[in-house]
Design a protein around this ligand. Structure first.
Ligand code: KG4
Ligand code: ZN
Length: 342
């Protein structure tokens, strides 16, 4: 049992979570999203400065929420990649400073694995083996999780945009705002998902031969852009619902195919896009039919947070993984297979 404090700064959320083994004690998030809205996307320099300004207060608040003192912490975990380099460096420097000052181990961990590890919190079920569908703003992949800390196999990934990126770009085309995922999700609630039959990327027999578990959203993006340009007075809700259906249909179909082929009857869906209502609903229906156990973290733990980083730190400790060196550097392009920094 260990009290782990996790720090997340890979994008625009300055977030700190505290867990006691698998128990969630605190989850505090300060987002700089409002400062990026007028630019239509996250501005790295603005995000880094906001992390610097928010860090101390977010740590303090997490300790208050968990009703503990900083001296009670057994280990510090921090997102060391992938993400925006300047933003990551603020988190890694803060975490290294804390670990040094408290003389406690430091775990530099992978942001993507952390999205999956959050499934463990307040949950006594066995996490692995499982197939994981990881869908965020920067990444989309299907993974086979034999052991989240030590043995992750990439079965497929996007060959162009990430799923969240596709949501963000389509929202921009429709003038909905930023970040687009939650806005499309909301529009789609009032729309007809079968109104427009948008293409499902990489699902033709020829594509499946080469890209069985890969995704592509660029053709879909072009199809939506063309539809918008050719359809005066289009209904935003119908476009949102039909676009969303095309994305989630492919995501779930390919994930369940991976479950079937590997003989693994557990599917974990993680990352910001896993907060999507329709993705959650369709996954539930299809997993029930396929007799696959479905795990999706609560929506507030799907988007970036510190609890997921603490959860992965805690998992690494339980798996006996060695702590990271003080002085690790952040890696903006770390692959999903690099789970804990040496
Ligand atoms: O995991 P995340 O919070 O940050 C990254 O690691 O990238 O994911 C952010 C992405 C954004 O693209 C956002 O639009 C998308 O997740 N997202 C959603 C929803 N909530 C967030 N996409 C679809 N439906 C949602 N409800
Ligand atoms: Zn994320």
């Amino acid at each position: 049992m260990a009290l782990v404090l996790g720090i997340e700064t890979s994008c625009d959320e300055t977030a700190v979570g505290i867990v006691d083994d698998r128990k969630l004690l605190a989850n505090v998030i300060s987002s700089s999203v409002d400062q990026h809205v007028r630019f239509g996307g996250v501005v790295p320099e603005v995000a880094s400065r906001a992390h610097l300004e928010a860090m101390q207060q977010v740590i303090k608040q997490a300790l208050i929420d968990a009703s503990i003192s900083i001296k009670d912490i057994d280990a510090i975990a921090v997102t060391a990649g992938p993400g925006l380099i300047g933003a990551l460096l603020v988190g890694v420097s803060s975490a290294s400073g804390l670990a040094l000052a408290l003389d406690k181990p430091l775990y530099g961990v992978n942001h993507l694995s952390a999205h999956i590890a959050v499934d463990q919190l307040d949950n006594s079920n066995q996490l692995q083996p499982a197939i994981a569908l990881l869908v965020s703003g920067g990444h989309s992949s299907i993974l086979q999780i034999n052991n989240l800390a030590t043995d992750v196999i990439v079965k497929g990934a996007t060959i162009d945009d990430a799923a969240g990126e596709a949501f963000d770009k389509i929202a921009r085309l429709m003038g909905l705002g930023f970040p687009g995922g939650p806005l499309i999700d909301k529009q789609a609630l009032a729309g007809n998902k079968t109104e427009i039959n948008f293409p499902r990327g990489l699902t033709s027999p020829a594509d499946l031969e080469k890209h069985k578990y890969d995704f592509s959203f660029s053709g879909l993006k072009t199809a939506v852009a063309r539809y918008l340009a050719q359809t005066p007075n289009y209904k935003k809700a119908d476009v949102a619902a039909s676009f969303q259906e095309a994305v989630v249909d492919v995501l779930i179909t390919k994930s369940l195919a991976a479950c079937k082929e590997s003989g693994i009857d557990k599917l974990i869906i993680a990352g910001g896009v896993a907060a999507n209502h329709r993705l959650r609903e369709l996954a539930k229906q299809r997993c029930e039919s396929a007799k696959v156990e479905l795990r999706i973290p609560p929506a507030n733990l799907c988007t970036d947070n510190g609890a997921m980083v603490a959860a992965l730190g805690s998992l690494a400790i339980n798996e006996g993984v060695a702590a990271s060196e003080i002085g690790i550097s952040a890696d903006s392009a770390a692959p999903v297979t690099q789970v804990v920094w040496k």
